[in-house]
Design a binder for this molecule. Sequence first.
Ligand code: TRP
Length: 366
Amino acid sequence: MTTSEDILANSTNEASLARTRQRSEEIDRAIDEDPTRFRMLTGDRPTGRLHLGHYFGTLRNRVLLQDRGVETWVLVADYQVITDRDGVGPIRERVIGLVADYLASGLNPEKTTIFNHSAIPALNQLMLPFLSLVTESELHRNPTVKAELDATEGRAMSGLMLTYPVHQAADILFCKANLVPVGQDQLPHLEQTRLIAQRFDKRYGRATAERPVFPRPEALLSQAPLLLGTDGTKMSKSRGNTIELAMSADETAKILRKAKTDAERVITWDPQQRPEVSNLLLLASLATGQSPQEIAESIGDKGAGTLKTVVTDALNDMLAPIRARRMELMDDEAYLLSVLAAGNERANEVADTTLAEVRQAMSMVY
Ligand code: TRP
């Protein structure tokens, strides 16, 4: 028998991934036909500046979806910062910086609702009924939570760390998003979200009702393959192997000069045997739209030095307008705050409406 725990634990296995990928392609076609059928939500933890992993992994994709006419909601997940760390850090600065990253990358506040957790009381209140709909073993078996806990090297599991996928379900369900563009690591959370939506409607008699309270949100897997850091290991700010949107062209060049390559002079696209070289080719490919094979061929036996120059130029060209716009925005903090305030106002309206529906479904209206 397949239990819900298996479903969660297996949501990132090969067969399941293949299905999710195929479904993502179907959704992509459905968006072309009618983008107004979708409401998309995604978010980021304000734990630092956004880097190329974020940009190619999701941010660029969000902007494209927004521009194709999908209603877009983007969450600055400030409460999620305290899942795996003890303090909030320079949170205000980071939140404002994140909003600047968003707008500089092309999110348009006229079309997209940008908001943050801690400003939306009704979103957070959904956590309570939702917690009653999940089991402890489901929570303990969530592979992403496990991996995140392991990465903290010996930190104790906090109640919030264990239950944050439920909070994330509230992020998605409060605004009734039916589309969540995410990377692979977030798939277990999305599976958990669907279970919560299903169980809520079942438990409170809405499953067969004409209008269930919640949609069953689906993943839109990002096309970008897994990017490595410039040292060939997992991309992570703490390893200093990332290129941030906010870096200068010189800083970008400096990091890439130090990038790890290999001893082979002829540059070839070979992700299995030559992960570091291939990762650099992939970056250049993502920035220019040329295939990695083509880029490799054009470099040929000119070696790793030339490869690094090619990648640096490709990235700096792509990032130049984003960086210029970001600098301008960072000079106008009042504007950035006003974008967030407007997003929060809208998110609060929607969250209040959903919470009222939830209380109605639960017969808690007195
Ligand atoms: N957990 C996501 C991350 O770490 C951020 C996030 C918070 C999110 N809430 C979300 C993503 C809702 C998608 C939907 O990147």
